[in-house]
Design a protein around this ligand. Structure first.
Ligand code: PLP
Length: 379
């Protein structure tokens, strides 16, 4: 049996008939940059996330960059985030000449450990950038309390967490600005790159709208040095169609996660000495009752002898991935941050131990049984 980490074809086939006429209509219009379809999607995503404004941009990475630019982050400023995330969380900060101040993760949620956060705040700290990693919201109660106390901007990296909930609100609506990605492997993925910024703050949304078109307003009058970062109309057409199914896909991802939990327990391998399953609710040390809805962009567990297991599963036809094999403080290009091995032990341990299994909505029960059976056979 073959179980790929992610199979986008089945989803595409189910949407093909609805999508193709919309795509043809767009091609016939020959209006590719921003325009009606992007405005429609912006309104739909704002409403889905429960915020007043949404601005379509070229990628999730650009969303982070533009959100920080709009927040006025630049040289001499410090922004706090974690080293256990995708590259662009930290590169967006560094690109603007600001300093990325890193805090280790909570080992159960893989999100920023809020116990270590306050001591990293200095008079240069301007923003905190929590990542809702794998589709599970960070401990936003603690982060919001600190942001209020020290007057910090909260920029959420919600690239993996569209639709995730915390305390009755959705990812992207929990801080000042939320950054979404429509990279094809995200829960809402386009037919190429795409991203969006969501916010309740009208003045930030307005600045981002100007920044994404080279800081230009009106035409050929440049107020800021912006960048060229717009969502394609083609992506917006695809994403509006897909958005109709997003909650159903979330439901299936969550159901698959629960099934893995049950199957691993039944197989007797959900034991700490062999593997640690992802946590759905609040993690150790998190004060809130409201960790909320995990949307499982990735189903990530910790496994004993992770690399051996991974190689074995590859032989058995099961696709897996390591998110992330090298924490960002150990990346060559961030050496100037001045961190070294041993500075963030939980991030370094996670990089050695974690493994992502297939969790996409169309995964079948038979495939899941096979994955668990092969893992049990390995141990
Ligand atoms: C995917 C991702 C991004 C970047 O999104 P792109 O659309 O690929 O640029 C940023 N942060 C996290 C946590 C991501 O997973």
């Amino acid at each position: 049996m073959k179980v790929p980490l992610l199979d986008l074809k089945e989803q595409y086939v189910s949407l093909r008939d609805a999508l193709l006429p919309e795509i043809l209509r767009l091609f016939d219009s020959q209006q590719f940059i921003l325009g009606g379809p992007v405005e429609t999607l912006e309104a739909e995503i704002a409403s889905y996330c429960g915020v007043g404004y949404a601005v379509g941009v070229a990628s999730g990475s650009d969303a982070l960059l533009l959100a920080l630019m709009a927040g006025g982050i630049g040289a001499g400023d410090e922004v706090i985030t974690t080293p256990y995330t995708f590259f662009s969380t930290v590169s967006a900060i560094v690109r603007l000449g600001a300093r990325a101040v890193l805090v280790d993760i909570d080992p159960r949620s893989y999100n920023i450990d809020t116990d270590g956060l306050e001591e990293k705040i200095t008079e240069r700290t301007r923003a905190v950038l929590p990542v809702h990693l794998f589709g599970r919201c960070a401990d936003m109660d603690a982060i919001s309390a600190l942001a209020r106390k020290y007057n910090l901007l909260i920029v959420e990296d919600a690239a993996q967490a569209i639709g995730a909930e915390y305390g009755g609100r959705r990812a992207g609506a929990l801080g000042d600005v939320g950054c979404l990605s429509f990279f094809p492997s995200k829960n809402l993925g386009g037919f190429g790159d795409g991203g969006m910024i969501v916010t309740d703050r009208g003045e930030l949304a307005e600045r981002i709208r100007i920044l994404r078109v080279h800081g230009m307003q009106p035409k050929y009058m440049h107020q800021y040095v912006g960048i060229n970062s717009r969502l394609d109309a083609l992506q917006a057409v695809v994403l509006s169609q897909k958005l109709k199914h997003l909650d159903e896909w979330h439901r299936r991802r969550r159901e698959n996660a629960q099934r893995y939990h049950r199957l691993f327990r039944e197989a007797g391998i959900a034991r700490d000495c062999i593997m640690a399953l992802p946590t759905d609710g609040k993690a150790a040390g998190q004060g809130s009752e409201a960790a909320g809805r995990h949307v499982y962009n990735q189903y990530v567990l910790r496994a004993r002898d992770r690399d051996g297991l991974r190689a074995y599963l590859a032989e058995q036809g099961v696709g897996t991935e390591v998110y992330y094999p090298i924490p960002l403080h150990l990346q060559e290009c961030f050496a100037s941050l001045g961190y070294g091995r041993g500075d963030f032990p939980e991030s370094e341990r996670a990089a050695q131990e974690t493994l992502a299994l297939p969790i996409y909505p169309e995964l079948t029960q038979e495939q899941q049984h096979y994955v668990v059976e092969r893992i049990a056979a390995y141990y």
